[in-house]
Design a protein around this ligand. Structure first.
Ligand code: SF4
Length: 431
């Protein structure tokens, strides 16, 4: 680049002006409440973006389902959805609630209904009462007048029991009559929209028309959450951006059928991050297909990580670790980073009560002198391990100051002790 072009680059930008801070846009949705007994979880408005998940047990197995709900709740899920697909499942719901209450697991249960929800909720009032929220899929309530009646029946039960609902539209089970109507309308346009755009419109129209009907039937609009789930990242972004512009209902966000492992995690993160940054999404769920042997709680872990990475919420102390490179050929720092991360996460169920605010702690574990001391100084506690050829010493930084140097084979245990002491001093509640 010649000097003239370089100087025009500098002077044509906002040189000399501070670069604006990145900020998550504020959400402007209404706030509703998901309640059970004396417990309440707010959703929407200025409530934190809520994390939810869904069991994959047979709901009729009340014990197995209660155990999985407990695992999901302890992992950080603030609402848990269970499928209610037949009479046996509906009968089990009050027992699941009872067992959770007995275990002091204060998480609301959302019933997921398709096809027969009107009948199950009518035939099983104890189930209708034990659930805190009903998910209704307008594409699966029946067609025509019959569908309208069955939808109304579910909403009336929700209103009578003072329950919240989610109108959960999914492109895999879209209201076919509505889609056909919109396709016909599109065909008569001078310049027809693309088929995908008609599908977007059908998703949003289905959600909005259903919400309007639910309010006309008597449900408080604050207790209506909407979702329009699709399985492709760009489609999800387009649909939710439009949906957010056209209503102020709380929005449930998630990429449906995200897939397995890394693919599912990355696709969900990509889609949700864009929308959350724009202030879109009041509650999120990661629809991850568990890999064989993988815990169901993984979907909760990813949801928490997304919110924490965006700086929207803090759930566990964060560990900053460098990726390692040719300057540190030993695996010591990888092991230390993993052990510290595992230790912090596994301690959180106890620490959450004992050390309020501990989730904001920042720990750095670095591999060598290049970025080690600098990054460690930015953390609450940081350790810079010796790279290849460096003196076998690991300086530890506390609140930006070098506090000590660790040597020898016991660095991991000693560093863990330093972290413990720091947490006790900084977050311990003095009585
Ligand atoms: S801190 Fe050192 S070991 Fe870690 S990535 Fe940077 S140069 Fe490599």
């Amino acid at each position: 680049m010649d000097t003239a072009s370089r100087s025009s680059l500098v002077t044509s930008g906002a040189a000399g002006q501070p670069i604006p801070l990145a900020a998550v846009r504020a959400r402007t949705t209404r706030q509703g409440v998901v309640a059970w007994g004396s417990h309440r979880v707010t959703v929407g408005g200025d409530a934190p973006v809520r994390v939810q998940s869904m069991t994959n047990t047979d709901t009729a197995d009340a014990v197995g389902t209660a155990i999985q709900v407990k695992e999901l709740a302890l992992a950080g899920s603030e609402l848990v959805r269970i499928t209610v697909n037949n009479d046996e499942a509906a009968k089990a719901v009050p027992y699941i609630r009872e067992q959770l209450d007995r275990m002091d697991i204060h998480v609301p249960l959302i019933g997921d209904f398709h096809y027969n929800g009107h009948r199950l909720l009518t035939d099983h009032p104890a189930c209708a009462q034990a659930l805190s929220k009903y998910r209704i899929n307008p594409g699966n309530v029946g067609r025509g007048d019959k569908g309208d009646r069955q939808f109304a029946q579910m909403v009336e039960i929700a209103a009578r029991h003072d329950k919240a609902i989610r109108i959960g539209v999914n492109w895999g089970s879209l209201d076919q009559d509505l889609l056909a109507r919109l396709m016909d309308e599109n065909a008569s346009r001078p310049q027809p929209w693309e088929a995908r755009q008609v599908m977007y419109e059908a998703l949003i129209t289905s959600a909005l028309e259903s919400a309007k009907r639910a309010e006309q039937i008597g449900l408080n609009g604050n207790n209506i959450t909407l979702s329009c789930k699709v399985s492709a990242v760009q489609d999800l972004i387009a649909v939710y951006q439009a949906l957010a512009q056209r209503c102020d209902y709380a929005l449930h966000l998630g990429l449906t059928e995200a897939g397995m492992g890394t693919k599912g995690a990355v696709a969900s993160t990509a889609a949700l991050s864009v929308l959350l940054q724009q202030g879109i999404g009041d509650t999120i769920r990661i629809s991850l297909t568990p890999q064989p042997g993988e815990a169901r709680t993984q979907e909760v872990v990813i949801a928490l990580e997304i919110l924490q990475a965006l700086g929207m919420r803090a759930f566990v102390p964060s560990v900053t670790a460098c990726p390692g490179c040719g300057r540190t050929t030993s695996t010591t720092f990888q092991e230390l980073a993993k052990q510290i991360d595992d230790y912090l996460r596994s301690s959180m169920p106890v620490w959450r009560e004992r050390y309020p605010g501990v989730e904001n702690l920042k720990v750095a574990v670095m591999g060598c002198i290049v970025n080690g001391p600098g990054e460690s100084k930015h953390a609450d506690i940081g350790i810079s391990l010796p790279g290849t050829g460096e003196a076998p010493a690991a300086p530890v930084f506390i609140d930006g100051q070098k506090a000590m140097t660790l040597r020898g084979d016991d660095i991991v245990r000693e560093f863990q002790g330093i972290v413990d002491n720091y947490i006790e001093k900084k977050f311990g509640v003095t009585v």
